[in-house]
Design a protein around this ligand. Structure first.
Ligand code: IMP
Length: 429
């Protein structure tokens, strides 16, 4: 396997976990470079469903080394629970997982701030996962974050005291919320010392050694390009860079460490949380187009981290092409094609109308993007089941045309089509 980045190129939940899991047996190392427990990668092996939040999806392959890079934010309680869940199901973790000692720690006050800010935003809320992601990255940028390597530092007490003073002032004076006690923070730190610190390592050095030994490395993205803090639908985004370029800074490798970039996209779109979504058809707030309902139901579209119903809509080729360009995508993995089975017609968005003008790009301003009316290309659907098909030649002709058209519009070849949740449900092209 070539050294490959696998990332989501819509609004997250594209099915990256499955694609990484498929590629992982050929990889010596699987590494995560951004995000934290806001991610939820669902893996289905046999009848067992496993949701990973921090740990790279490669962990289920017993010879793979899994790394969590400095670009991520870590919640020690969640990570401990994930390790336990895997070890209880017979997956050895401790000897195969290493965490960068430069990782930022998510502490209880980050979650408290995340929740209180969302309440204060009212109708303008972002719809975050509530995992403290934004406030943790904010502390990193403000240079007051606590990293894994700080856990035994002599000035930790003093820094925590300063942080708590500031956070509790914001919580009680501005956000009308309960302050966070020092004891709660100490408990989280004790867990981090016990369960995460033993896994701490110099991840760039490990990667350097692996690369010198000729290892193949799979870089695993979280969230999706449209949630990138610079290239997504700001401010309705997450707080990290989710694009392929972030793999380098988030792990400590150079551009020559990567040969391929696989963009994972569903055969339709979904989004959780607030923000513009021009091709939206269906949501919990009452938008109820029949095809959107079909996508939500047939696709079991509920958030794997929060359980929230996902908003659904037609495939947006403008969004996906934007992602192909800014990530340097070398091939596409199209997931959940089988969810479209049975629809009379299927649509692809090929442009937007904004103020009477045709656009073929995404306006930077979220309000302008939200006002865009999609322009569709309509194609015949297919009534045959594609569920579990493993040879693209056996797909109905209409489904093959649909995928070909995605490749043309997005300016990237399709290398995989996923036709069901299992590892085996895949066509390689
Ligand atoms: P945060 O990352 O919790 O701050 O949430 C910011 C936005 O990103 C919200 O709209 C979330 O729903 C969305 N988001 C964060 N992580 C994921 C993910 O893994 N999948 C899909 N959406 C996500």
């Amino acid at each position: 396997m070539k050294n490959t980045i696998t990332i989501g190129i819509q609004w997250g939940d594209e099915g990256k976990g499955k694609i990484v899991d498929l590629l992982a047996p050929e990889a010596d190392v699987v590494a995560r470079f951004q995000g934290g427990p806001n991610a939820g990668h669902t893996l289905i092996i046999g009848n067992q469903k496993t949701v990973l939040h921090h740990i790279p999806s490669g962990i289920l392959h017993h010879n793979t080394l899994c790394l969590i890079g400095n670009g991520t934010v870590l919640d020690a309680v969640e990570l401990r629970d994930e390790i336990r869940l895997l070890e209880d199901s017979g997956v050895p973790v401790a000897e195969r997982l290493r965490v960068s000692d430069r990782c930022q720690l998510i502490l209880p006050y980050h979650r408290a701030l995340d929740a209180a800010r969302e309440v204060a935003r009212g109708a303008g809320r972002i719809g975050t996962t509530g995992r403290g992601i934004g406030p943790c990255y904010e502390d990193k940028a403000c240079r007051r974050g606590i990293r894994l390597c700080d856990l035994n530092s002599r000035n930790l007490d003093e820094r925590l005291e300063r942080n708590l003073k500031l956070v509790n002032f914001m919580l009680s004076e501005y956000l009308n919320a309960e302050p966070v006690s020092r004891d709660t923070v100490e408990e989280a730190l004790a867990l981090a010392r016990q369960h995460v610190l033993p896994l701490a390592a110099d991840v760039p050095m490990l990667l350097h050694q692996q690369r010198r030994a000729g290892a193949s490395i799979l870089y695993e993205g979280a969230q999706g390009t449209m949630l990138d803090i610079d290239h997504g639908t700001y401010p309705f985004v997450t707080s990290s860079n989710t694009v392929a370029g972030a793999a380098l800074a988030g792990l400590g490798v150079g551009p020559n460490a990567v040969e391929e970039v696989i963009g994972v996209a569903k055969a339709y779109m979904t989004r959780v949380g607030a923000g513009p979504f021009p091709t939206e058809l269906y949501n919990a707030e009452g938008m109820n187009h029949a095809a959107g309902k079909h996508l939500a139901e047939a696709g079991h579209e509920f958030g794997s981290t929060t359980g929230r119903p996902r908003r659904t809509g037609w495939f947006d080729a403008i969004v996906t092409r934007h992602a192909v360009r800014i990530n340097g995508i070398t091939s596409l993995a199209i997931t959940k094609l089988d969810v479209l089975d049975g629809l009379e017609e299927v649509k692809l968005c090929t442009g937007y109308i904004l103020n009477g003008r045709m656009l073929e790009y995404i306006p930077a301003d979220a309000a302008a993007f939200a006002a865009c009316e999609p322009v569709y290309e309509t194609m015949p659907g297919w009534q045959q089941s594609t569920y579990g098909v493993t040879n693209a030649d056996q797909l109905p002709q209409a489904a093959r045309h649909f995928v070909q058209r995605i490749a043309e519009l997005c300016e990237a070849p399709v290398s995989m089509i996923s036709t069901g949740p299992d590892r085996e449900h895949i066509c390689h092209l």
